[in-house]
Design a protein around this ligand. Sequence first.
Ligand code: ZN
Length: 362
Amino acid sequence: MTVQRIRRKKRRLRRKIKYGLFVILTIAFIIAIFLVVIPFIDQMRLSSMGYSRESAKNIVSQKLTKTVLSREYSAAFDTNMIKEIDVKEYLELYYVTVDIDDTDKLLYDRLQDLGYQQMAVLKVFSALTFNEITPLLVFNSAEDLDIYIADVIANRDQEIFVLSNNYTDHYENIKTIDDSSAIDVLINKYRATVSDYVPDLVDMSVQYASSGQQLQTEAYQAFTKMVDAMKSDGLGGIYVYSGYRSYQTQERIYNNYVRSKGQQWADRYSARPGHSEHQLGLAVDVTATKSPSAAFETTPEYLWLQDNAYRYGFIMRYPEDSELITGYGYEPWHYRYLGVELATKVYQSGLTYDEYKILYGE
Ligand SMILES: [Zn+2]
């Protein structure tokens, strides 16, 4: 081998090394641009829109830069992004409101299931509180949600939930429930059981009811347990003066009310046949044993039920401030059996059963 050939080989090797280094550096440079420079520029652009540094960082890491840059600045979204919330498929909701939990997401989905447009639902979420929105689950003729929003806001200073316009048509588009035997079945002014539905019934002891009253066994056992507990807390107890009522009985009662007090009164305080929870054998009208003729809401037994009924599976079905939602005036005497688990959930939700059932599904 000549000296010349060795030199040529060395030179070629040096050239190869130089070339290799060049390629590696170029790749490293490109990677650096993607990892550092572009995100940095994105963050700068988001910051110039008004987003804080922390939220800009999170927007970039969730790969939402393009979307966010194409829209106007949202203070709500900024706040959500600062908290490093993973927006997933609820981006739109996070754009209009803060402090969103799973129940809010469920409500957002349900309203769209009911046929409301996403844009309208987003407006509702940006303007109203959770409890101001949930009545929409029940209302069946709230077509223009802008009107609803303005109505709710205009009536916010009232002590109970009232609205100036009507958003519901009772006894319209009635859903008939063929099998009403489930303990959680919902019956109201939009949902009816069939006229020949008769549950499995048991006669109630006169220790717990006036004579001739019946209930489903499970509800009856829970009721006796509840009354025994109430008594061992030193109270006089309660008894059922109306438990199960057949379709025919309800028909007679309703028609009598219409005759004596007019249809409007009858519809406020009495269910039309097929629409009464009493036909399920799962509802009771009660009074205080010690003072049966007193207004029940003035008795200590009523107060005890307010705190404890759910522990035995019962809920007060028609509360004072919910007439617009339940369709019934305040009925401090009417309790519905749902079983302990469900009654507890409904009680803790603060919703009427009409809202609860639609929100959480059938
Ligand atoms: Zn009742």
